[in-house]
Design a protein around this ligand. Structure first.
Ligand SMILES: O=c1ccn([C@H]2C[C@H](O)[C@@H](COP(=O)(O)OP(=O)(O)OP(=O)(O)O)O2)c(=O)[nH]1
Ligand SMILES: [Mg+2]
Length: 156
């Protein structure tokens, strides 16, 4: 269990006033949840046809501020597995200096149209640590057992 004091304060703007009223404030569903569900905040129902991708507002923006953190937008497993509703960008990456609205690219990879109703939880937001690299230009690397082998080099 994560104590509230161990949680990282993150600035959040409510852009759609249904958030915190008709739709819940973003929060972890259970004590051990890694993700916070994001709600679809469009005005009316939206039908995503098979193969189609729609950009859906979530009604919030966050300012992560700390460059050692980012957030990712991930599919919800139930929607992805049962209905083929995943993300058009596969994974959304939210930069620590981004201050705009959080948007979800919804891709219907199934053969059936899918209706999204305002307030539906369409994806989830996961905060993650980030390490920024500073490149050191070299001419060669110390050799390793793997060396250049990859892409199945070690077998199945
Ligand atoms: O699913 C997503 C992915 C990104 N973003 C926002 C936050 C992110 O910080 C910004 C830029 O995303 P990214 O760097 O992945 O896109 P880009 O195509 O490289 O755009 P840019 O040139 O603005 O960086 O868009 C979202 O709201 N939802
Ligand atoms: Mg970018």
């Amino acid at each position: 269990m994560i104590n509230d004091l161990d949680k990282k304060p993150i600035k959040l703007k409510i852009l759609d006033h249904r958030i915190g009223n008709e739709f819940p404030l973003p929060d972890y569903a259970t004590l051990g949840s890694a993700g916070i569900d994001l709600c679809a905040c469009m005005g009316t129902e939206l039908v995503v046809e098979p193969g189609e991708t729609q950009l859906i507002p979530t009604g919030i923006s966050v300012f992560i501020e700390d460059p050692k953190l980012c957030a990712t937008i991930l599919p919800r497993s139930g929607l992805g597995h049962k209905h083929g509703i995943v993300l058009g960008n596969l994974v959304g990456l939210i930069d620590s200096d981004y201050q705009g609205p959080l948007m979800v690219s919804c891709w219907n990879r199934s053969q059936k149209s899918y209706t999204i109703t305002p307030g539906d939880r369409i994806a989830q937001l996961v905060f993650l640590p980030v390490v920024q690299a500073e490149f050191e230009i070299v001419n060669s690397f110390e050799s390793t057992r793997r060396g250049l082998g990859g892409f199945g080099h070690t077998g199945n």
